[in-house]
Design a binder for this molecule. Sequence first.
Ligand SMILES: Cc1cc2nc3c(=O)[nH]c(=O)nc-3n(C[C@H](O)[C@H](O)[C@H](O)COP(=O)(O)OP(=O)(O)OC[C@H]3O[C@@H](n4cnc5c(N)ncnc54)[C@H](O)[C@@H]3O)c2cc1C
Length: 362
Amino acid sequence: MSDCIIVGGGVIGLLTARQLFLEGVDVLLLEKGPLGGESSWAGGGIVSPLYPWRYDDAVNVLAERSKKIYPELTKALLEETGQDCEFINSGLFTVIDHGQDEILAWADNWSLAASYIDDIKTIHDIESAVGDVVDKGIWMPDIMQIRNPKLVKALKASFDHLSIPYRQQSPVEEIIVENNKVTGVRTRQQTYLADKVVIASGAWSAQFSATESCVDVLPVKGQMIMYKGEPDLVKRIVLSEGHYVIPRKDGRILAGSTLEKIGFDKSVSTDALDELHEAAVELVPLLNDLPVERQWAGLRPGTEKGIPYICQHDDVEGLYVHAGHFRNGIVLGAASAELMADIVTGRETRCDVTPYTMRAAH
Ligand SMILES: Cc1cc2nc3c(=O)[nH]c(=O)nc-3n(C[C@H](O)[C@H](O)[C@H](O)COP(=O)(O)OP(=O)(O)OC[C@H]3O[C@@H](n4cnc5c(N)ncnc54)[C@H](O)[C@@H]3O)c2cc1C
């Protein structure tokens, strides 16, 4: 018997289980496939929401807290496991054509470094590879990125290093509830008993709907392509009209992403390849000369406003929901896990949790 079972081994489940374990909770993580093989692997790893000024404060509070946690967390993971998550500063240049005063006031309010730049020379000093469409926008020099496939690999290595219990290839088929109280979960192979269960199943979190209150999370497919380049060919993250380019440390360059609400479908299409390539080449023309090495799709755990569930379930004692991080599971993950641990252990929470409850608008 464990104190707490975490259902799902994406970045949200991994960070939650690790946090609880480090606080002395006897955890068990169950994952239906390999750890970190879904959205958490497929994402871009920008440690900021895109257009953060468009989001509710509930999202930005977590994003800002995560930004403070990641330097320590990635250092700890490196020391524990030897795995480098490539948590690096890239800055983020966002092309905009209006609203700069409101955006700068917003950034000032959150104490974020941001400036509006509309002269080409300064833009080229920041990133020489950009094309003509990048002619004015908001420059945020402190935005970091994390190489998310390496983050999940480091977290898995940390589980092995710290002996945090987990099982892969173990799909949870049922959360066992007796008299409105959780008693455990059932996989095809086995029943596991626990007083507490956390649903951290990403886009699949609505599957456990044996109760009246529902978890309103839907899969939103995102396709991505990756070019094979040389280190430092492109240095900055550049974003325009929802399309972005992310340069990795080893010279790979990601271009994303589509937003497709078509259910649990992870196929990739030539239409998406063409759309992403065309947008990427507009942002960074030299990409036209680089080979596309890979194309993939991931299923974001989508919610309407992008505000995740971080809460005790409304109807079932001992059941918790940690899901719905939509486009921001990497940037929100570290702070979100910390908050979930506050809730699961029953101590005072470090911020107002009302926006993350089941009754709030997500
Ligand atoms: C193209 C793309 C780009 C993105 N870019 C960024 C970005 O730049 N920055 C950012 O912060 N975020 C980004 N995201 C979003 C981010 O990746 C997600 O919000 C995050 O990965 C969600 O993590 P998760 O653990 O909730 O979900 P997942 O990683 O999907 O993990 C959920 C896990 O639950 C498991 N599971 C499901 N059902 C069961 C079951 N019954 N039993 C056991 N296990 C189960 C699944 O197998 C899966 O491994 C991006 C996403 C995509 C797709």
